[in-house]
Write a protein that binds this ligand. Structure first.
Ligand code: 5GP
Length: 169
């Protein structure tokens, strides 16, 4: 059904590196982590703990794109509780695939005039990109395959797995 693709240890080690990089970059300045639910919940929990700094955590629930539609608006089901005006915002995403979702979220958040706006994604599938989007921090670049676990679902299942797995059919 599925097999381990990125192990718990690999994830842990990579997140420690990302945490160091991010801590270094913001140098103690406040970071508002914008966690995109539901897929990013596990990554965000581990990433937050790997950052040595002043971290505020907030959540957004947005709809993913439908099929290959390139013009669809992202629907916000739950917006941020924080006002991000003039604050450092770090979007935390599980996976960037076509880039459509992230592009739209960046547009929405940019219009609120944050001090800075960066993105961190655990996974990226560059070969699938429709919209070129700048991801400042990437955990792992992977080839075009459907992955589950560590927050990522298939029909809402498998999010609880402590590793990233690939479906084997
Ligand atoms: P994008 O707008 O970049 O195409 O889509 C990003 C969203 O699609 C992700 O947040 C995730 O919900 C979903 N997605 C893309 N690739 C995968 C995958 O391999 N596995 C899972 N579980 N979801 C994916």
């Amino acid at each position: 059904m599925y097999k381990v693709f990125i192990s718990e240890l690999q994830i842990k080690e990579r997140i420690a590196q990302l945490g160091e990089e991010i801590s270094e970059k913001y140098k103690g300045e406040e970071i508002v982590m914008v966690v995109l639910l539901r897929g990013s919940f596990m990554f965000a929990a581990d990433l937050a703990r790997a950052i040595d700094g002043n971290v505020i955590v907030d959540f957004m629930v947005v709809s993913s794109y439908q099929g290959m539609e390139t013009s669809g608006e992202v629907r916000i089901f739950k917006d941020l509780a924080e006002n991000i005006h003039d604050r450092n915002v770090l979007i935390v995403e599980d996976i960037v695939d076509t880039g459509l979702t992230l592009t739209k979220i960046l547009e929405v958040l940019k219009s609120r005039n944050p001090k800075s706006l960066e993105t961190c994604s655990l996974l990226s599938k560059p070969s699938r990109r429709i919209k070129q989007v700048d991801i400042k921090y990437v955990g792992f670049s992977i080839e075009d395959k459907f992955v589950i676990g560590y927050g990522l679902d298939l029909d809402q299942k498998y999010r609880h797995l402590p590793y990233i797995a690939e479906m084997t059919g």
